[in-house]
Write a protein that binds this ligand. Structure first.
Ligand SMILES: [Zn+2]
Length: 261
């Protein structure tokens, strides 16, 4: 420990606030350093001087009462002033004096409701995005990618018939360079959904879709998760989740092709 350190630690040392290790280091330093020992003695002298009762002046009981009365008086004045301004404001509004209160309550409740709904929607979509990614990764295990392996939409689309309560659109995008690989059933958002698989340069793209009962989205939500891109939108008829390890720009192209179809 240097002298500089010792001076920094000294007040805490005298207040017995140091840890065991620092306390020991201080004791060792003070034992071998006359300068710091002198600083310690000066501090101790100052402290005992400050405890001298002669330094303190005690207020008389009359003085204490006057202060107390002045504080009470000021508090009453302030309370009266704020009450007057509230009531004169209400009476100026005549019979509508409670309208602002009701309006504020309604705005508060509505705002709270919308904030909660947005929050719920956000957390629900977050959960779905996680499930989508999980199902995508699982589908990449050998033998799990497709239940109906085919590049022909006239084979894939009818395969879903009788397995789902809706007919998923399976567009042929091969002319744009997106090859259909096949289809599969999965379970998302508490229901059976269609998973249609496309491929580009050995990158698999899972398209999860099921009927959309909400309003259609204007744009596409995008998320980058652990090297995978997740795109999502609510179409006029179907909810879409697209996931792949393909780069973002290409996957956006794919999503546009799918939406435009
Ligand atoms: Zn020292």
């Amino acid at each position: 420990m240097t002298c500089e350190d010792s001076r920094i630690y000294l007040p805490a040392y005298l207040d017995d606030e140091l840890g065991v290790a620092e306390n020991l280091r201080m004791q060792n330093h003070l034992a071998g350093c006359t300068d710091c020992r002198q600083a310690q003695e000066e501090q101790l002298a100052l402290r005992s001087a400050l405890h001298d009762p002669g330094l303190y002046a005690h207020a008389s009981p009359e003085f204490a009462k006057r202060i107390e009365a002045a504080i009470l008086h000021a508090a009453k004045e302030e309370a009266g002033a704020s009450q007057r301004s509230v009531w004169s404001g209400f009476s100026r509004m005549g019979s509508f004096r409670w309208v602002p209160v009701a309006a504020i309550a309604v705005i508060g409740v509505t705002l709270g409701f919308f904030l909660t709904m947005n929050g719920l929607r956000a957390s629900h979509e977050r959960l779905l995005a996680n499930s989508v990614l999980t199902w995508h990764i699982r589908s990449l295990q050998p033998g799990h990618l497709v239940d109906v392996p085919s590049s022909d939409r006239h084979t894939v689309k009818p395969w879903f018939q009788g397995k789902l309560d809706f007919a998923p659109p399976v567009p042929d995008l091969s002319e744009l360079g997106w090859n259909l690989i096949g289809g599969r059933l999965d379970y998302l958002d508490g229901r059976s959904v269609a998973a249609v698989v496309y491929q580009r340069r050995m990158h698999n793209i899972n398209v999860f879709l099921w009927p959309n009962h909400a309003t259609a989205d204007g744009g596409i939500t995008e998320e980058d998760a652990q090297g995978y891109q997740i795109l999502h939108w609510n179409g006029a008829d179907m909810t879409y989740w697209v996931v792949s390890d393909l780069n973002k720009a290409e996957l956006e192209d794919f999503a546009r092709a799918l939406r435009g179809h």
